[in-house]
Design a protein. Structure first.
Length: 333
């Protein structure tokens, strides 16, 4: 019998339109106030515990292996350990996305005992003045680093992410050295999203001078940790969103992913299986996403453009049109 790696299984699920990962945006509340945050409102407490459990069961019945919890700040949910334990009892791999501040060693020990798959967190800079200026919470860097090292001590896989803006545009160099020292996965990006309500004000924080140098260096780093990012192949899905992954927002709205915020249903009204198999907007996305885009055919940078459809939809209002952010990166490359 042929054995598949998790990555190969994920790719096979994407090709076969088989659910592999469900993401929950558990809440919009947060204990930080990051200057670039794409969430416009930080007051929503999220779905009830029993609703999330029901959706975990529904996702598992559809074949999902992974569950990802993100926010807002997931550690503000008092039921997070219960939700993790419930997903693990269904033999699901659990990924957490958190700023890592609101934990102590007892909490981290509990995460280790539940055998979570990965803990993903953000370090904006190894300089506390820079990191804390972005989070707008004094002491947040030190607390985050302390907990990252505790996660490492307890054998939990960690991913460190560094979104770049003018305030921290060279910080990826030191943060990557920190990640490499401890064997963490590392991700960095020069893209700063607008808000999901259409507010583009975070774009004012984007890198100005020396952008080309930074992009070249971060491309090389991302290649080391993730391999080459590929231009969408003709007739293939652009990504896993809606093909092997689905996202449930804190208000029950279902999206293909938390970047591709196309409304395909609501779990308060429709079972997840019906949304996955029957939602008109989702079926249309799966069909049209694989088709050639005339707007791209005439573009001189199409062969180097790593287009994110969610970003195009969020910032340019056209799911199948040009992504100004992706075009900017392709032109710089």
């Amino acid at each position: 019998m042929k054995q598949l790696s998790v990555d190969a299984l994920a790719q096979q699920c994407q090709q076969n339109t088989q659910l592999f990962n469900i993401m929950f945006v558990l809440l919009s509340r947060c204990n930080e106030n990051c200057v670039h945050c794409y969430i416009p409102d930080h007051t929503h407490p999220g779905l009830p515990t029993e609703t999330v459990k029901r959706l975990i069961d529904e996702a598992r019945a559809l074949g999902a292996l992974n569950v990802t919890f993100t926010g807002g700040e997931i550690l503000l949910r008092q039921d997070l350990p219960e939700l993790i334990a419930y997903a693990r009892s269904r033999w699901m791999r659990v990924h957490l996305m958190s700023n890592g501040v609101a934990m102590d060693e007892d909490y981290i020990r509990m995460l280790a005992q539940l055998h979570i798959t990965n803990f993903s967190t953000t370090v904006f800079s190894m300089d506390p003045q820079v990191h804390d200026r972005i989070t707008q919470v004094p002491g947040s860097l030190q607390k985050c680093l302390d907990n990252i090292l505790l996660l490492h001590r307890y054998g939990i896989d960690v991913t460190v992410k560094t979104p770049l803006m003018e305030w921290n545009k060279y910080a990826y160099r030191e943060v990557e050295q920190f990640a490499r020292k401890y064997g963490f996965a590392f991700r960095t990006t020069t893209t700063i999203f607008g808000k999901t309500d259409g507010d583009s004000s975070p774009h004012a924080l984007q890198i100005g001078q020396d952008f080309k140098t930074i992009l070249d260096e971060t491309d090389a780093l991302n290649e080391v940790y993730r391999g080459n990012l590929k231009v969408q192949e003709e007739g293939a899905a652009p990504c896993s969103a809606g093909f092997s992954s689905i996202c449930v927002n804190y208000d029950g709205t279902v999206w293909p992913c938390n970047t591709l915020t196309l409304d395909v249903g609501n779990v308060h009204k429709t079972p997840l299986a019906r949304i996955w198999h029957e939602a008109h907007a989702l079926l249309e996305w799966r069909q049209r996403a694989k088709l050639p885009r005339p707007v791209c055919d005439a573009c001189p940078v199409q062969k180097t453009c790593i287009r994110c459809p969610g970003l195009a939809y969020m910032e340019d209002g056209d799911l199948y049109g040009c992504s100004a952010s992706a075009k900017k990166l392709a032109e710089a490359r």
